[in-house]
Design a protein around this ligand. Structure first.
Ligand SMILES: C[S@@+](CC[C@H](N)C(=O)[O-])C[C@H]1O[C@@H](n2cnc3c(N)ncnc32)[C@H](O)[C@@H]1O
Length: 298
């Protein structure tokens, strides 16, 4: 287990900004519950077309719940970085909002968004756990959203230092996350969350630690740190936004169920029976889950 985690942390930092993407060696993958997973990184969500569609939907849910795509007081931004950019839906919108900016997205795999890619966006393939392949002070704004299921708890403080390293003095680093900050979960939700925590622990991931992103930013040396916890109700009992968030979190539960089943040896059918009761529980107990926003200045 320790050796397994150590492999994820091996550092191979390249100091120059790559100008184009070249296919790397084929990643180590597996199929669990009919979904494709990466086995060479701790990432606990599938990497396939179905997940790409979920991330597309999720992008608009976050934009709606948070009232926009960013929170740091951005003015003129030349270079932006989006770490763990996924298919790049956030990048494409930022490219429209900041047409003069150059926007770089980093992810382990190249997954083009549906539709045209703005000319001021580029994608770089890389593994954050090996260090960011960029020189010091390369970006005015560094953004990272929803890496909770990607980074082992012990990697977070180091990884946030890495975000600050590539950000220019006076620039901003922003983190947006959601973890397992559930309030009023019902019994089946608790049961499912217990399974997820156990499956993630085997990969070194601890979603309960994510509420510390503000403190980690401060400890990494950021100034003027802003941190906010936003409790977001789950389900249509809480109106349109609740319905959007409920559907997103429920889709996230379904996305991770294959890993839970394979890792813990629980039949998929048993997990699905528990999940089927979850939306009614949220309506009955008025369940909510937190979103966390933190930003700070370098
Ligand atoms: C939940 S998705 C979030 C995507 C995007 N940030 C968003 O908010 O729509 C997490 C992304 O992190 C990427 N990721 C996971 N582990 C990574 C690693 N070690 N290095 C780089 N990217 C990683 C995944 O491939 C995936 O695209």
């Amino acid at each position: 287990m320790v050796m397994h985690l150590f492999r994820f942390f091996r550092r191979s930092r390249v100091q120059n900004v790559p100008t184009h993407w070249e296919p790397g060696p084929l990643p180590l993958t597996s199929v669990k519950g009919g979904r494709r997973w990466r086995e060479d990184i701790p990432y606990a969500l599938p990497k396939d077309l179905q997940e790409k569609d979920r991330l597309h939907y999720q992008h608009y849910v976050f934009k709606t719940l948070l009232g926009g795509n960013y929170h740091a007081p951005l003015e003129r931004v030349g270079d932006m970085l989006d770490v763990g950019c996924g298919p790049g839906y956030w990048m494409l919108e930022m490219a429209r909002q900041f047409p003069q900016a150059r926007i770089c997205g980093l992810d382990t795999e190249f997954a083009l968004p549906h539709g045209p890619v703005a000319s001021n966006c580029r994608f770089v393939q890389g593994n954050i756990l090996h260090g960011l392949p960029f020189a010091e002070e390369s970006f005015d704004y560094t953004h990272q959203r929803l890496l909770v299921a990607a980074l082992p708890a012990q990697a977070w403080p180091w990884e946030i230092k890495e975000l600050l390293r590539v950000t220019r003095s006076g620039g901003w680093v922003e983190l947006v996350e959601a973890g397992d900050g559930f309030s009023n979960p019902g019994p089946q939700t608790e049961r499912f969350l217990g399974w997820v925590r156990e499956a993630l622990r085997a990969r070194g991931i601890d979603p309960s630690a994510i509420a510390q992103i503000g403190r980690w930013l401060e400890e990494a040396g950021a100034h003027q740190v802003f941190f906010r916890t936003i409790p977001c109700p789950l389900g249509s009992w809480a109106g349109h936004e609740g319905e959007l968030w409920g559907k997103d979190v429920f889709a996230g539960f379904h996305a991770v169920k294959g890993l839970v089943s394979a890792q813990l040896g629980i039949p998929l059918q048993e997990i699905e029976l528990a999940l089927a009761k979850v939306p009614q529980e949220w309506a009955k107990y008025h369940t909510s889950n937190n979103i966390y926003v933190a930003y700070g200045k370098k």
